[in-house]
Write a protein that binds this ligand. Sequence first.
Ligand SMILES: [Zn+2]
Ligand SMILES: [Zn+2]
Length: 354
Amino acid sequence: MTTMRGAMFRGPGDLAVEDVPRPGDPGPGEVLLRMRATAACGTDAKIMRHGHPRLEPPMVIGHELAGEVVAVGSGVEGVAVGDGAQVIAAVPCGECWYCRHDRMTVCPNQTSMGYQYPGGFAEFMMVPAAVTRVDGLNIIPAGVTHAEAAVTEPLACALNAQELVGVTEGDDVLVMGAGPIGCLHVRLARAAGAASVVLADINGRRLERSAGLVAPDASVDLSADPDGEVLADTVRGLSDGRGPSVIITAAPAAAAQEQAIALAAPQGRISFFGGLPKDDPFIRCDSNIVHYRELMLMGANGSSPAHNRRALGLIASDAVPVADLITHRFGLEDIVDAIAAIGEGDAIKVVVEP
Ligand SMILES: [Zn+2]
Ligand SMILES: [Zn+2]
């Protein structure tokens, strides 16, 4: 058996780079990649610590994927050896009612790279036929690095959320949570023509780091504003007193979701982008505010192949630059350090380069 180096998850707290089976020649519909960049995110940190109900160990993890094509299976069109390739994380079935009606993010038969199929924290990764069948492999355009392309997947998730709440020209947007996803939301909202975009966070250090890059003149440090009065004044000041027409909560915090409902303008659209902890997913919602102000509360669950395609296009055209958001790079052997860096205040996007 030929082996390669790969980050094997064997159970909560047990992730290590070891010799793992190297994928062989691609079968029909498959594409073999030499991994060049796999970005790490909070989900990887969660998996490492607690596991994941849909992930059966042992498994090579890593789901924000970019690599170089080294072999192409039969029946795969438009992909050649030497191409750069970006790959979806969530793999819809392509056949159910939701998939046939352009609602692939809520496909009930969804599988995922790094969950059911070996992921990208490894030297090589086989793109399964289930991915190419739904057009989930995108050729990386000239001028886009593999590291930038690896940020496509989280950007695609942000794009799905902003399309669902219809961020458009003239919107006053508040993004709560200044992690990597919050940064992507700020840039995406600007690219959509938002009139104002405010970034807020309870972690002053994280906010300072992120706001310096994406929102130098419109951020609110909630650690210095526990009652949210400065935030309320700031967002109302930018919108003639109405409040944000769009609020995106990019933080796993009930308080942020409750604050969003309180702050939203009449007919405001709220995206609960960040999920809440499974053991306490409840919020207190003044339903009359939702009723009388005609608020729209919307969830967001990953991204579809089409979102990935559009997100890679936004990176390539520089409509949403991401290079400066990649603050930390690690080799594969340092995967545990890479995942530890995610939670630290000075990291925005962390990329592993196998
Ligand atoms: Zn991720
Ligand atoms: Zn489906």
